[in-house]
Write a protein that binds this ligand. Structure first.
Ligand code: SLL
Length: 220
């Protein structure tokens, strides 16, 4: 059983959008980048005799879309947002131990509300009009580690700035089996190999890099 402990953030590492020191560390699409913030600094703690610790960061960014810029068919979608599961800033690549991430969206996304991302970067971009808790199920490479759930409260930019804004971000410490076998990291920007396995995909939803994933999707 993998334990996921949410890491509390001290006041000087506050991750509220106003005080956050953002560094753009990974280009996600033309539109979004993952903000790596000080809140996820990983102190040296590699685990114990019984487990190995790996820190992950779960968060979302969003962007307000002015109504005149909205597609006429997508008028109700006030924001574009992206939720992500990544490593801490010094080691973003989680592929040595994470195999797949399943995102459970709000029922209003039905019948396209459960999406598997089976290759890095483990992130999902959608249009939306409201905030909701996203259940995120993380599957591991080594089957000794059973899937673990974390909940992320999607936070949309209420300043309507039109710029990418960090919504919310939290670090979690995963306690993996001491004997976990790690595999060689897959480069996050290896777009050619990128696969987004849409369990249920809505035609109206924005899917980044659609052309790049289309062949993979047919196979899966
Ligand atoms: C709220 N309790 O009322 C929340 C629910 C649901 C958001 C928010 C898109 C769904 C669609 C969407 O943004 N759902 O495709 O219509 O704020």
């Amino acid at each position: 059983m993998v334990k996921a402990t949410r890491v509390s953030i001290t006041s000087d590492q506050n991750n509220s959008p106003g005080t956050l020191q953002q560094r753009e560390v990974t280009t996600i699409s033309a539109a979004f980048t993952i903000p790596a913030c000080s809140s996820v600094f990983d102190p040296i703690d590699h685990g114990s005799r019984f487990y190995v610790k790996r820190r992950i960061v779960v968060g979302n960014v969003s962007k307000w879309i002015a109504s005149e810029k909205r597609d006429p068919n997508l008028q109700k979608y006030t924001h574009k947002w992206m939720v992500y599961v990544a490593g801490p800033p010094h080691d973003l690549n989680v592929t040595p131990f994470i195999r797949k991430v399943r995102f459970y969206l709000h029922p209003s996304y039905k019948p396209h509300d459960i999406v598997d991302v089976i290759d890095p970067p483990f992130q999902l971009t959608r249009y939306g009009w409201g905030e909701f808790p996203i259940r995120i199920q993380i599957f591991f490479v080594d089957k000794r580690n059973k899937p673990v759930d974390v909940i992320h409260a999607l936070k949309l930019d209420d300043t309507h700035s039109g710029k990418q804004r960090l919504g919310d971000e939290h670090a979690f410490d995963l306690e993996l089996d001491r004997n976990t076998e790690f595999i060689a990291p897959v480069p996050e920007n290896n777009k050619r190999k990128r696969k987004l396995n849409i369990v249920q995909e809505s035609p109206q939803q924005f899917v980044p890099n659609k052309k790049q994933i289309s062949n993979d999707q047919k196979q899966s």
